[in-house]
Write a protein of this length. Structure first.
Length: 329
């Protein structure tokens, strides 16, 4: 398998670099953020750190969509929800019928957009308990070692992996890359479980600009987690969605990830907030609130948290007006 990553940010770089370094795969990177592309080219690669240590240069090949001439077997897409449509339009001439696409972006809405460019039988979704952040263009930090990483993956149209050698091959490559994948058989249940996860840690840590581990130091952290998880599960039940795991297992996963596996991690939503960019809260807490209302259940906590995060965006822009002109990618 040859891979090409669309979006050379924190997560896209991590997937691509680990596939390149540990699985021995041929990986290209496509990005539209000019400072990132140009810095990587100047350096001859991207700098990679692990939990803030062992910073080293990893050679990678990066391209703008209009100049890429490769023909990968698998596209890996890691973009912000708000960027996706525009970037895919630029990449559309590169897509071919024999190719497949995998994405483990936060929130929900991206698979319907990907389905405009790929047949649904060739789309694979994932959810990743894997952390990464960017210090700046061409400078990425991975959080959590190989044993702390975990992810699920599933075919978008629900077909099983037993009849799909491509999915099994991708899973094998991800395993070699230390991403620790598990193939599951419930696409929507998988996605919704990760949205619930993000609706606690991403949103609350962003709002208060703290790391996962710092959130868990708060005596009320588990109780807050239980309340948000319970409301989200109830919304999913009203919508006829059965999540992977139970309320209790979801709470345990969130608390373990924050306090043990990735305590030093700042969520990607925090990274957007502190760079003056819009966050993805409408695709996470806002999505939970929307499916609840659509099925007769009002998610008062998630609706309130969504608005509170937007208030945090406004507050940051007031206190840091210097980001107003420099935040666009």
């Amino acid at each position: 398998m040859k891979y090409a990553v669309i979006g050379a940010g924190g997560m896209g770089t991590q997937y691509g670099v680990l596939l390149q370094e540990f699985a021995g795969k041929d990986v290209d990177f496509i990005d539209t953020w000019k400072p990132n592309v140009e810095r990587i080219r100047e350096q001859g690669g991207t700098y990679v750190s692990q939990d803030g240590r062992d910073r080293h240069l990893v050679p990678i090949d990066v391209y703008y969509p209009e100049e890429y001439e490769g023909d990968p077997d698998v596209w890996i897409v890691f973009l912000k929800q708000m960027q996706l449509e525009a970037v895919l339009k630029r990449c559309a001439p590169l897509f071919k019928e024999h190719q497949v696409v995998f994405s483990a972006m936060n929130g929900y809405g991206h698979f319907e957009i990907l389905a405009r460019y790929f047949d649904t039988s060739r789309i694979y979704g994932g959810t990743a308990l894997i952390g990464a952040s960017m210090y700046g263009p061409g400078d990425v930090n991975f959080t959590g070692d190989a044993h702390a990483k975990s992810m699920n993956m599933c075919a978008y149209d629900g077909h099983g992996a037993d009849s799909d050698p491509t999915e099994r091959t991708i899973c094998g490559d991800f395993t070699a890359a230390t991403l620790n994948p598990t193939i599951v058989d419930d696409f929507m249940g998988m996605c919704m479980a990760k949205i619930v996860f993000n609706s606690v840690l991403n949103t609350l840590c962003t709002m208060y600009q703290i790391r996962f581990g710092e959130f868990m130091r708060h005596p009320g952290a588990r109780r807050m987690t239980e309340q948000l998880v319970d409301e989200a599960y109830t919304a999913a039940e009203h919508a006829g969605i059965t999540l992977l795991g139970t309320r209790d297992s979801e709470v345990d996963t969130i608390c373990h990830t924050a306090g043990v596996a990735h305590p030093l991690h700042y969520p990607s939503m925090y990274q957007d907030l502190t760079k003056g960019r819009p966050t993805e809260v409408d695709y996470i807490n806002g999505y939970i609130a929307r499916i609840g209302r659509e099925h007769g259940y009002v998610c008062r906590l998630h609706e309130f948290v969504t608005e509170e995060l937007h208030l945090a965006e406004l507050a940051f822009s007031i206190h840091h007006p210097e980001y107003a002109k420099s935040s666009q990618r």
